[in-house]
Design a binder for this molecule. Structure first.
Ligand code: GLN
Length: 457
């Protein structure tokens, strides 16, 4: 395995590796490899100057931040002052952010260096990374296949070793799906744990920003940096700060109850289930108790999700009317974004009869209740992340075939709970990720399971 995040941080802190050396070697690598992978839309021209400032701090013996000297990639729907927040759309292709999102301020506060903006599905609408106006991203772990989406560039950049940690966003699976297809670690935090200020919405009741990294420690240090209440935001949970590192020392899972549902196998390719079952067996060997749980309406979540996300997206995109930000969205966007705008408009118009949206909200409540009931019996739920293997880039899929990637990830967003992904194995060289879902603010348990599994490698 490549050098771990904590080892690299320690090297930088000791002065054995400078932040400038780290960033410049990654910039070289990006130059060499990213023409083919296409994981970055834009590189930060000030990355090296920012790295120099961190090195000066370390030399002077000043307190170095948690992320000191690490190169961070940011999904192109998060505002970073001076760089473009394009949402991988022609609508915003020239939109330069006038400010830093709250999460970016926190990363800078811990001496992380923004190396550039990652490619993604247009406006985070997609599961494959192919709908970007800047072209599709390749999967470094399985070349020729989609890396998954919508945080396609973030996952691919990590899988290819082009940066240390990335920030993605997850509305219905967009951190977890590409983490699974690219064989890396990713985590969607509990809704309300990480500030969304400065994230361009897909569905505001579902969106969360979260980390993607090569190892669990990368995800932990990033989450510790970005999580916690912000005074700029009124709908966050009342959590000041989180700290997981010192509680993650022990790699056995004695006493931990892991829920598994038969529903997962019904919805998923049997070859994937085989890999997942081996992962769950490992959890048992590590001391966890495996408990059967019932999630009878799980698959209904997908339909509710697409109704809700379309309505919220329609509403959120009304500001892209060509007057203030870039070009009018309907005139230049891709097919899937237009489909959602039209669907959202239609549903909103029909809503006076409570025809669709209200029903979708009822299903949302149902899914939430079923998950909450399961969490009375178990501490985490383990299962597959994506029900099928990634297709080859350019294959023709119907919208429904594309949406079907999301069956297993949308329930966590609908319920507002947290969920992480870690590689469980491979099928003909293609990575398969195990999804660990946790309670509201159950990140510690999720990370514990991921860390224990990582240690068995
Ligand atoms: N694939 C889902 C969608 O297209 C999820 C996207 C996301 O999480 N941003 O909406």
């Amino acid at each position: 395995m490549v050098q771990g995040t904590l080892e690299k941080l320690a090297e930088i802190r000791r002065g054995d590796l400078s932040a400038v050396e780290n960033v410049s070697s990654l910039l070289e690598k990006i130059k060499k490899l990213d023409r083919k992978i296409n994981s970055f839309i834009e590189i930060n021209p000030n990355a090296l100057t920012e790295a120099e400032a961190v090195d000066r701090k370390i030399k002077k013996g000043e307190r170095a931040g948690k992320l000191a000297g690490l190169a961070i990639g940011i999904k192109s729907n998060i505002n970073v002052a001076g760089l473009r927040a394009t949402c991988a759309s022609r609508t915003l292709q020239d939109y330069v952010s006038p400010y830093d999102a709250e999460v970016i301020r926190r990363i800078r506060g811990e001496d992380g260096i923004i190396i550039g903006m990652n490619n993604m599905d247009e406006f985070a609408c997609g599961s494959s990374g192919e709908s970007s106006a800047f072209g599709p991203t390749d999967n470094p772990a399985a070349p020729g296949h989609i890396p998954g989406g919508s945080s396609s560039g973030s996952a691919a950049a990590i899988a290819a070793g082009l940066c240390d940690i990335c920030l993605g966003s997850d509305t219905g699976g967009s951190i977890r799906n590409p983490a699974s297809h690219c064989g890396i670690v990713g985590l969607k935090p509990t809704y309300g744990l990480v500030p969304r200020q400065g994230l361009i919405d897909l569905g505001m009741s579902l969106d969360q920003i979260g980390p993607l990294s090569a190892d669990v420690s990368g995800t932990v240090v990033m989450l510790e940096t970005i999580a916690g209440r912000s005074d700029n935001e009124c709908i966050m949970l009342n959590v000041d700060k989180v700290s997981y590192s010192e509680k993650l020392q022990n790699d056995d899972l004695k006493g931990l109850r892991v829920g598994v549902s038969e529903k997962f196998a019904e919805l998923t390719d049997p070859a994937i289930i085989k890999v997942i079952d081996r992962g769950i067996e490992k959890l048992r060997e590590l001391g966890a108790e495996i408990v059967a749980i019932d999630l009878p309406n799980l698959e209904r979540g997908l339909y509710a999700y697409y109704l809700i996300v379309s309505v919220e997206f329609f509403s959120g995109t009304r500001k892209f009317d060509g007057r203030k930000y870039g070009k009018k969205i309907e005139e230049v966007c891709g097919e899937e974004v237009l489909r959602r705008i039209m669907r959202g408009r239609y549903i909103s118009q029909k809503e006076y009869r409570g025809k669709f949206y209200q029903r979708a909200l009822q299903v949302r409540t149902l899914i939430k209740r079923e998950l909450m009931a399961a969490f009375e019996k178990v501490d985490v739920i383990a299962g597959p992340t994506v029900p099928k293997l990634p297709h080859r880039i350019g294959s023709k899929l119907t919208p429904m075939e594309m949406y079907a990637y999301d069956y297993l990830t949308v329930p966590a967003n609908l319920a507002g709970i947290c969920a992480g992904v870690i590689k469980a194995g491979e099928i003909s060289g293609i990575p398969v990720g195990l999804q660990i879902q946790g309670r509201v603010l159950g990140e510690l348990e999720v990370l514990k399971v991921m860390k224990a599994l990582e240690a068995t490698e």
